[in-house]
Every structure is written in structure tokens, then in C-alpha cells.
Design a protein around this ligand. Structure first.
Ligand code: GLN
Length: 277
């Protein structure tokens, strides 16, 4: 079965090409579609198994990153009815959704993450301005082994790029934070060189509560994160590639080409092939 992945784009989204490329490297048949063409019914969510909300500056981050795009999805109607009905069915049919950076901000501000009790419209967390301004860097990430996230299955740690100004993850209150931890919604945390979660800047690049960098819903099939796995789609993207390549050459070893980023979509494609064939 060919796993079909829909990569949304829209005004200000700028990571759709790399996101589609990462899907294809992982074996999915990826299609890039403008959200307006999905709303107009030219692309039907039911035809796909993975839905990607890529990074960027949708609607110029007006109203706060992701808010305008979130409202568009929450209230838009396709020729068949509210697009939220299609998104709800997409999740109920066992399919997968990933939101990256701006895409994560959209999912959080829609309420599609963490979606306690499958209430896809109740916003319980947000992502706010970084404590120290826009941050363009690479970060160490520790994956929470207690999370049910499908996308990070078998992954203990990652090294990924970030580039955002409004990535500070803030749960609505202590009860929501406790529930995120208790029910496996916390997927990954910003960490130090030894991959121990850290609240210290720049390991925690934005001041996120508990250094949370990504969360999932209760099914583990809806996942969002501020870092950009699609931007680490080949080992040559790594900031220390030359030094690493020299090391492998000196040891007479072949350097693996697979990157941390692609593993996220490899997990999604494997799940879709097994569960959605
Ligand atoms: N790279 C991105 O997706 C950026 C997200 C958002 N525009 C921010 O600056 O926080």
C-alpha cells in the first residue's frame, strides 16, 4: 500500500518543500496542497493517511504565530461541511497528524493538541514569545519514554534545528501540566549536552515550561513540536558534518546518511502501512 501524505501550505508557510521531501525519503507519496484548495474540496483528507502542518510564518504571525491559520481551519467549510468534521474523522479513522513549529503553534491554538478527552476545539495550552527573542540554533532533545507518540517510537534522543520567536510552551495551569505528564502527552524536552532535560538557556531556547519541546494527543497519532525534523533530512545538514565525516574517514568507517529527522516519518509510514493498509 502506498502511504499518502498531505503537506499543507498557505500564506506564509515556508517549510512545505522540505516536509514533503522528508515524507518521500521515508517512503510516503507526498502531495503539497494549499489549505484553500483543501477547503474548496480539490483535495480530500480522506484520501490521505498522514497530514502535515509545516513551519513558517502563516499570515505573517498576525494575532500571534499560528492563530489566524488555526481560526481558518476551525471555522472553514468545505463543500461537504465544516473541515473540522473531516479532521475529526481523520483522527477517528486512526490516521496521523504532525505539526512542526508554525504547524505546532496552529495545532495548539486550534486545540487539536493536546485535545484532552478528544475535545479538538478546547485550547488548554499555548506557545508564547521566547524569553530571549527569536532563536535560530540546533538543540538536544530527550524523548519521553512514557509518551505514546507514534512518531518518536524507538527514538531516545534527537539533535534538531529550531528557528522561531514564539516557541515558549505554556500549559493553561498546573492541573493541565500534571495531566500532560500523567497521560503521556509530553513527547520531548530540550536537553543539555548529555541529553538531560535543562531549563538553562540556550539549552532551553525559549523558556518553555518543564522545557517541553513537543506534545501528542492521547492516541499518540497527533504530534506537534517546535524543532524542525524535516530540516535535518540528511547527514550533510548536521552543523558539524565536516568534522564528523573526517572522524569516520580516519576510522575507515562508512558514515550513515540517515538523519534524526527522517526517523519521525519512517515511524509514521511504518504505522500507516501496518494499521491503515
Ligand atoms: N520556523 C517557524 O515555523 C517559525 C514559527 C513562527 N513564525 C515563530 O517565529 O515562532
Amino acid at each position: 500500500m502506498a502511504v499518502k501524505s498531505l503537506v499543507l501550505t498557505g500564506y506564509g508557510i515556508n517549510c512545505e518543500m522540505e516536509t514533503a521531501y522528508a515524507n518521500r525519503l521515508a517512503g510516503a507519496d507526498a502531495t503539497i496542497a494549499h489549505i484553500n484548495d483543501v477547503i474548496d474540496g480539490k483535495y480530500k483528507l480522506e484520501d490521505y493517511q498522514i497530514l502535515n502542518f509545516p513551519g513558517g510564518f502563516s499570515y505573517g504571525d498576525d494575532l500571534g504565530s499560528g492563530k489566524a491559520f488555526a481560526n481558518k481551519v476551525l471555522y472553514a467549510k468545505t463543500p461537504k461541511g465544516p473541515i473540522m468534521d473531516d479532521i475529526r474523522k481523520f483522527i477517528d479513522d486512526g490516521k496521523l497528524i504532525i505539526g512542526i513549529c508554525n504547524g505546532f503553534q496552529i495545532l495548539v491554538k486550534m486545540g487539536l493538541l493536546p485535545a484532552f478527552d478528544k475535545d479538538y476545539r478546547a485550547q488548554t495550552t499555548t506557545v508564547f514569545y521566547n524569553d530571549k527573542g527569536f532563536r535560530d540554533a540546533w538543540v538536544n532533545l530527550k524523548v519521553n519514554p512514557a509518551s505514546q507518540c507514534i512518531f518518536t517510537k524507538g527514538i531516545e534522543k534527537m539533535y534538531l534545528p529550531i528557528r522561531h520567536g514564539e516557541g515558549k510552551f505554556i500549559p493553561g495551569d498546573k492541573a493541565i501540566l500534571d495531566r500532560l505528564w500523567k497521560n503521556g502527552h509530553v513527547v520531548m524536552q530540550y536537553a543539555d549536552e548529555s541529553y538531560k532535560p535543562s531549563m538553562e538557556f540556550p539549552m532551553n531556547p525559549n523558556g518553555s515550561v518543564d522545557s517541553i519541546a513537543g506534545i501528542c494527543d492521547e492516541t499518540g497519532r497527533v504530534f506537534g513540536l517546535m524543532p524542525h525534523p524535516e530540516a535535518f533530512n540528511h547527514i550533510v545538514n548536521h552543523p558539524h558534518y565536516t568534522r564528523m565525516a573526517d572522524e569516520y574517514r580516519r576510522k575507515g568507517k562508512v558514515m550513515p546518511e540517515e538523519s534524526d529527522g527522517i526517523k519521525v516519518w519512517r515511524n509514521a509510514v511504518a504505522y500507516a502501512k501496518e494499521k491503515l493498509a
